[in-house]
Design a protein around this ligand. Structure first.
Ligand SMILES: Cc1cc2nc3c(=O)[nH]c(=O)nc-3n(C[C@H](O)[C@H](O)[C@H](O)COP(=O)(O)OP(=O)(O)OC[C@H]3O[C@@H](n4cnc5c(N)ncnc54)[C@H](O)[C@@H]3O)c2cc1C
Length: 342
């Protein structure tokens, strides 16, 4: 494993699909690289927000689970054994003698160029504001669902009115002993078909949906280490009701913050980095790709991020080593993959 203090050609900020593909691409171009991400796992939004959802618009896959796509991307990148530093939040950037020093909360990483693939920034689930919920986080209150099987036979309360709330509501109908969704209003922001599917379950008596309700209290019956009931408050009628619940899933969206990137002298538009068609940011040696970028016609899609990662890395390689061409050639002919020219 390379020394973290090595000067690498490219440091990639962000381990979402764009950053992972950039890491692969750097290896393919013979560049040394490293990837840095604040989260404990690779995958960005795919891992943190929708690991169990199918994606239907990634080229070559009729459908692919988000977590499986991340695994394939990581396998592809792993061919080149480039270091990945997870749980490193980027806090600053210094530049001396044509070298960038990326500062994280744990280490300093030196490189010749940067590819920023920071998506929507460092993000974390929006927490429930109620004090009663705080001690139960990780012990019955979970804001990310990684394995829906963990809730088989449990009584689940989902809080929220968006896609995640209704997606998990419908996905858990078969597994959970009972699913209840509560929302502070009667306006939902989820896909109409998913809402209709959940409402059909409510209509048949196999699930509950309480609008204008919020969490009021979490209670234990006998075991002080496990809660068994929650008290819900009807904010319109100003009444309360108590239901039996073992698991609370707050699905309140995410808070994201591009943090220190805003202070690096890059041109920003609404927390997005303005780039040219060559993924240049205007600061020599600093490239960007994926959801963090904006330009006329920008699409925030995984497919766009892949193409932008390839462009950013090819440009970075040429910027560091002008004798190397921007155009990579065809991987199907590359000696690095054991291939020879046609
Ligand atoms: C529910 C949902 C469904 C979706 N479905 C589809 C779909 O079907 N098809 C499709 O094409 N797209 C879909 N998308 C969009 C797709 O997920 C994004 O376009 C994609 O994730 C962007 O990838 P990225 O690598 O650019 O950014 P991200 O996936 O956001 O990854 C960025 C990474 O950068 C890290 N980071 C940010 N700031 C810092 C920092 N300061 N320090 C360290 N690390 C940092 C973050 O932790 C994160 O891991 C969906 C999105 C959502 C929310």
């Amino acid at each position: 494993m390379p020394d973290p203090q090595d000067i690498r050609d490219i440091t990639i900020i962000g381990g979402g699909p764009t950053g992972i593909f950039a890491l692969f691409y750097a290896g393919m171009r013979g560049a040394t690289a490293r990837l840095v991400d604040a989260l404990p796992e690779l995958g960005g939004q795919l891992t943190a927000l929708y690991p169990e959802k199918y994606i239907f618009d990634v080229a070559g896959f009729p459908k692919v689970l988000a977590k499986d796509l991340v695994r394939s991307l990581a396998d592809q990148a792993a061919q080149f054994k480039q270091p990945i530093h997870l749980l490193h939040t980027v806090t600053g950037l210094e530049e001396t003698d044509n070298r960038f020093v990326l500062v994280t909360d744990k280490e300093r990483f030196e490189s010749r160029a940067l590819v920023i693939a920071a998506g929507i920034g460092a993000f974390s689930p929006r927490r429930l504001p109620q004090a009663c919920a705080q001690p139960w986080y990780g012990r019955g209150v979970y804001d990310v669902v990684t394995d829906p099987e963990a809730f088989r036979g449990r009584r689940v309360l989902i809080i929220g009115g968006g896609d995640s709330a209704f997606d998990w509501g419908t996905q858990l109908l078969e597994r959970a002993a009972r699913v209840t969704i509560i929302h502070r209003s009667d306006r939902f922001r989820a896909h109409a078909a998913t809402i209709a599917q959940y409402q059909a379950a409510v209509g048949s008596g196999s699930a509950d949906l309480f609008t204008f309700h919020e969490l009021h209290d979490i209670r234990c019956a006998t075991d002080p280490d496990r809660f068994s009931h929650v008290e819900l408050r009807d904010i319109k009628a100003k009444s309360t009701r108590t239901i039996e619940v073992d698991v609370v899933l707050p699905m309140l969206g995410f808070v994201s913050d591009i943090g220190p990137l805003a202070e690096w002298g890059l041109t920003l538009e609404k927390e997005e980095i303005v780039v040219t068609s060559t993924m240049e940011t205007g600061r020599p040696g600093v490239y960007a790709a994926g959801d963090i970028t904006t330009y006329p016609g920008k699409l925030k899609l995984i497919a766009s991020g892949f193409a932008e990662a390839a462009t950013a890395v090819n440009q970075a390689v040429h910027w560091i080593y002008p004798e190397k061409k921007v155009a990579p050639g065809h991987s199907s002919n590359m000696a690095i993959f054991g291939q020879t020219d046609d």
